[in-house]
Write a protein that binds this ligand. Structure first.
Ligand SMILES: [Mn+2]
Length: 151
């Protein structure tokens, strides 16, 4: 169920994060899909890569800074889909809430999907910091683990 996990993890009476809409677009949007990378100072600093897909932001938590050169491989843990409105979210999630801590927009822009299947997603980012071709490849070593690389 889209966004059900997202909603179940959060108390919207306490967190400033968007509630999100369940409704999915019936037709692909005419505009280019967006991406955002949040810098999230939770109990452990990490970066959240989010790609717009099927009306939600498909999301990965990345414990290290995003890859900017070809030799860097980043573990990216696939996490729950986030609502599209989350792309504009920045703020502080209060103590005692899921993901408590400061959330900043580290980069954003549009992207072009090059290919996508269950184990591999190829895409070209056009952000302010990140530009060029990237790939996410599923890895069997870690639960929900993918590797994120610049190619
Ligand atoms: Mn996060």
């Amino acid at each position: 169920m889209p966004l059900e996990i997202y909603k179940n993890k959060r108390k919207f009476s306490e967190t400033p994060e968007p509630k999100g809409k369940i409704k999915l677009p019936r037709t692909p949007p005419a505009r280019k899909p967006i991406f955002v990378i949040h810098k999230h100072q939770a109990s452990h600093l990490h970066y959240d890569l989010r790609l717009e897909m099927s009306g939600v932001l498909r999301s990965w938590a990345v414990p290290k800074p995003p890859p900017t050169i070809k030799s860097e491989k980043r573990l990216a843990i696939h996490v729950e889909d986030h609502p599209l409105e989350y792309a504009k979210f920045k703020g502080t999630i209060p103590e005692g809430n899921y993901g408590a801590g400061k959330v900043e927009i580290w980069d954003n822009g549009t992207y072009m999907l090059k290919s996508k299947d269950e184990k591999k997603i190829e895409f070209e980012l056009n952000g302010k910091k990140l530009k060029g071709n990237y790939v996410l490849v599923k890895t069997g070593y870690v639960k929900n683990g993918w590797l994120w690389m610049k190619v």
